[in-house]
Design a protein. Sequence first.
Length: 244
Amino acid sequence: MCGRYALSKLPAELIEEFEIHTGKTLPTLPADWNIAPTKPIYIIRQAAGTEMKLKRELSIASWGLIAPWSKNEVDAVKSQSIAINARTESVDEKPTFKNAFRSRRCLIPADGYYEWATELGMPAKQPFYISRTDKKTLAFAGIWDRWVSPSGEIRESASIITREAVSPLAEIHHRMPTFLPVDRWDMWLDSNLHEVSAIRSLMNIPSPAEGLQAYPVDKAVNLVRNNGAHLTAPIELGEPETLF
């Protein structure tokens, strides 16, 4: 799964890197090296009204998809906390995710993400930080949706799509986010693409862990209140547990 990640880039940097040409003016989210579920996050999606010629839009949603049938705020928060990730194997079937998967897909940018080792036989879970070796932004495959509260407030939320991990990341944890390369972004964001098999094929990446690095970091990241770039700094482990 993916339960925490980092993003320190400013909107201007994301706009340039993801070639975003349209969209409303957004408040700037603070750099965050310990993004946790339900926090506001940046997403990149198809801009409204660009069905004929797709343009990308930078927007803000909260992390964790709110179930469409939520009746009140309590239901919304509860559903959100258990829907931060959607699995590739079932995203097109689960009631919470399937409609968004067919028509409301997005990219979720990240500097990197954290995973807690479950495959190394450690007595206590050890956090690892995974990022690109070239320092470019990761583009998680995501889905987003819109929920209207009883008071009429519009809440937009998003989930990260995860997949079975491949080596060497599988030596840390059995799940990993689904990363999308640049040449698949437009098709992924295209709201006119509804065919499930075609959408699923976009997530079939030949070498999904290529160009990534992973190293152990301090357990300070385990507490959501801790923040700062130091959370992504590598630490030394004993010889049997050190990877990469």
